[in-house]
Design a protein around this ligand. Structure first.
Ligand code: DC
Length: 230
């Protein structure tokens, strides 16, 4: 069947370059790119600001009650040529990438009611297709009917090495062993949580980029998309 626009779901482990691929694909096809992790991060920032997280424990009932007050949007920033995340009208793109949010987002992302609301918003964003969304449950829960599903991965050691190189290039003093441990811990939490654990959809194609460059990955994905657009 000829399709004019499709949905592309990109799931996989943390720090394996999902959003780099998703962004490049979106630019190539003029599609909308949505970083679903940014939405869980924005909810986490909201919870932190309302003092709903203490020592890593989330006041789930209060947060669930306040969900209708949380409005998340993506607005295109022409300077950066990418979208910024907005929480109730405020640009929070930088703040959601910082440590307090990174350290608290996992427990927030395990709350079933939070997930249900994010999934509802994500499905709304994809209703006209022409979208590339990256996350953990996009091919399994958000868009089970996506025309192309990718499951991106790379060995924990390689992901830790990439993160280590990135941080040392910025002049940060970090230990490879600690980063590796953090990568493995995040894999464990993402894969074993009760609500929508990270798992490959039966019909997803695996992209193991342990030994693949950016261009090589992009060309492979572009070929897969073109096949589906034929
Ligand atoms: O991709 P990221 O590191 O920005 O994701 C932040 C957190 O949100 C991480 O703990 C995984 C979680 N997440 C999720 O549970 N489901 C998604 N679709 C995207 C992210």
């Amino acid at each position: 069947m000829t399709q004019s626009k499709i949905i592309i779901a990109i799931d996989g482990h943390s720090s394996c370059g999902k959003s780099t691929i998703a962004k490049a694909v979106a630019v190539r096809f003029g599609y909308v790119f949505i970083d679903s992790g940014a939405m869980y991060r924005a909810v986490t920032l909201f919870a932190l600001r309302r003092n709903l997280i203490k020592d890593g424990v989330v006041d789930e009932q209060k947060l669930i009650k306040l969900l209708p007050e949380i409005k998340i949007e993506f607005r295109y920033n022409p300077e950066k040529q990418k979208s910024d995340t907005y929480l109730n009208g405020e640009n929070v793109e930088d703040e959601i990438r910082q440590l307090p949010v990174s350290q608290n987002v996992s427990p927030v992302a395990t709350i079933a009611e939070v997930r249900a609301e994010m999934v509802r918003q994500q499905q709304e964003m994809g209703k006209n297709k022409g979208i590339v969304m990256d996350g953990r449950d996009i091919g399994t829960v958000v868009f089970p009917e996506a025309e192309l599903k990718l499951f991106v991965t790379a060995s924990a050691e390689i992901r830790a090495q990439r993160r280590f190189d990135e941080l040392t290039a910025k002049g940060e003093a970090v230990s490879y062993a600690e980063i590796l441990q953090n990568v493995q811990e995040r894999d464990r939490i993402d894969s074993t949580r009760e609500a929508s654990p990270l798992k490959k959809a039966a019909d997803a194609l695996v992209l193991d980029n342990s030994n693949m460059g950016r261009d090589e990955q992009l060309e492979w994905v572009v070929m897969l998309i073109n096949e589906r657009l034929k």
